[in-house]
Design a protein around this ligand. Structure first.
Ligand SMILES: Cc1cc2nc3c(=O)[nH]c(=O)nc-3n(C[C@H](O)[C@H](O)[C@H](O)COP(=O)(O)OP(=O)(O)OC[C@H]3O[C@@H](n4cnc5c(N)ncnc54)[C@H](O)[C@@H]3O)c2cc1C
Length: 469
């Protein structure tokens, strides 16, 4: 089959599927709800709508294969929104922020239960998350966060001794850190392909290799692909990085930036001798965080965001190719685990990640038609949050008045970036300043004043600041 450059997760997930059948849309159809986009958001939304209203006729249209976007190529790190609590609270208020933290935490169990009920072997290992400090600037960084989470009885984080951090991470690079048991890792593409299968089993019609080329937002909603069309009562956009193409009024709400990853060959014995044998997600405390975890078949992955920023938020070709910073990622991996110097990196890849100015996603209706809704801006944190996103979009689509539809998350973008070319230029200047600042900190050198000031802008645009206050 014609597969463009893809993550090893996605290739592996497709290999495990028997009778891979692709239905292309080449008819003119009617339905109650049409969903565009076959990633986690579109599929959770479709399933949740069908569960609430089984009588509704739902069609999902995907331009490639379900999961070929971010959902089939992410790091599979299940990280709730608790570390972003303060930033979310400052924008949407305490009640909504608490809801988001608790719901993304609850999503770990929901996804696990869902997979077990539907026999989806997504290799879920909920062994928690560890944020470590690799230099003295990052020591003690979660103290304020923990104080605020405790104030609202929603804290799951605990500070660990240096010895304990090194024991859990098996890396001497960490000198301090925080652990939460709520989170872990999974095989991302098996999850999204499993969602697709479940959706089809409950009667949702899915069309793949069917790019939506236009839609009409007037009273009668009409969606066109090259060879077919769908008329519907309700339309949902769940197209992530591609959203600005169809909803240009959202084009200033995000910056599109790559998230880059590497994976090793199977090195089970080396990981075993290190003692890395579970699904713990390990992150450092940089603004563009390194994140790492092992897989059940004995590989190790390392990822990092914040490399390639696209001009005008276009989904550029390089997002569908190997990482341009593969060597740098390997160097980072070895800085955590020098004993892995002979381990081969078998694949690198990347993909577009949409960062909002607030650092968290938003949901909304088309300004000209309330029967059209969208989700956008998971900001690199979608494995758990898309589950909540599906709940939110299903409520919006069914005109429910619930705790989500009435919340500040459903008011569209709450902050915008400047227009181009300032957005891209600003992003490059800030990215480079963040890099210089973090390089200096790794060497225990006080960063330059200007770099610290510029990095503060990244913090004010929703990047989590794990530096001690
Ligand atoms: C490399 C990488 C690593 C990441 N790592 C993590 C991680 O470890 N943990 C975490 O929580 N999050 C991570 N994320 C983020 C997470 O993957 C996303 O937030 C999440 O998958 C978004 O799901 P989605 O369904 O909204 O979008 P997607 O999965 O991107 O789905 C959108 C779909 O819309 C389809 N589409 C687009 N245009 C059209 C059209 N015109 N017609 C029809 N279909 C169309 C696309 O083909 C795509 O399949 C990572 C992201 C990347 C890129």
């Amino acid at each position: 089959m014609d597969l463009h450059y893809q993550s090893p997760w996605f290739v592996e997930a497709l290999e495990k599927e028997e009778n891979l059948k692709i239905n292309e849309l080449n008819l003119n159809l009617n339905c109650d709800v049409c969903i565009i986009g076959g990633g986690y958001t579109g599929l959770w939304t479709a399933i949740k709508i069908k569960e609430k209203k089984p009588q509704l006729n739902i069609i999902l249209i995907e331009k490639d294969l379900c999961g070929s976007g971010a959902s089939g190529r992410n790091g599979g790190c299940m990280i709730p929104q608790s570390t972003k609590f303060q930033g979310i609270r400052d924008v949407v208020g305490i009640d909504d922020a608490k809801k988001m933290v608790l719901s993304t935490e609850a999503a770990v169990k929901h996804i696990k239960d869902f997979c077990s009920a539907n026999k989806i072997n997504a290799e879920i290992r909920d062994d928690g998350i560890l944020y470590g400090a690799t230099n003295t600037f990052h020591q003690g960084a979660f103290e304020n966060l923990i104080r605020d989470l405790n104030q609202h009885n929603i804290n799951s984080w605990e500070r660990l001794s240096k010895e304990k951090v090194q024991d859990l991470t098996k890396s001497k690079k960490f000198i301090d850190g925080y652990f939460s048991p709520i989170g872990g890792s999974l095989q991302p593409a098996v999850l999204v392909r499993g969602l697709k299968k479940k959706a089809e089993n409950i009667g949702i019609k899915i069309f793949e290799k069917s790019t939506v080329i236009s839609y009409n937002y007037k009273k009668d909603i009409h969606v066109k692909t090259k060879n077919g069309s769908v008329s519907c009562e309700k339309l949902v956009f769940a197209i992530n990085a591609w959203t600005p193409n169809f909803l240009p009024f959202l084009s200033r709400s995000v910056v599109l930036v790559s998230s880059d990853m590497i994976i090793s060959e199977p090195i089970k014995y080396q990981l075993q001798s290190l003692g890395l044998n579970n699904g713990l997600v390990i992150l450092d405390s940089n603004l563009f965080t390194h994140y790492s975890r092992t897989t059940p078949d004995g590989k190790i992955i390392l990822g990092k965001g914040g490399n390639t920023f696209s001009f005008r938020n276009k989904v550029i070709d390089s997002f569908d190719g190997p990482s341009t910073i593969e060597k740098l990622l390997k160097k980072s991996l070895l800085s955590f685990y020098p004993s892995l110097k002979d381990a081969k990196i078998t694949t690198s890849w990347n993909g577009p990640s949409e960062r909002t100015k607030t650092g968290f996603p938003f949901f909304g209706y088309h300004p000209k038609n309330k029967n059209i809704s969208y989700a956008f801006g998971y900001s690199g944190n979608g494995v758990l949050t898309c589950h909540v996103g599906g709940e939110i979009l299903s409520g919006m689509t069914l005109n429910e008045n619930n705790k989500w539809t009435d919340s500040n998350f459903c008011k569209g973008p709450l902050k915008n970036f400047p227009p181009e070319p300032f957005r891209w230029l600003g992003a490059m200047i800030i990215r480079n300043a963040v890099r210089r600042k973090e390089n200096a900190q790794e060497k225990e050198i006080n960063p330059k004043w200007i770099d610290k000031q510029l990095a503060k802008i990244a913090v004010s645009v929703g990047r989590v600041d794990f530096e001690k206050k």
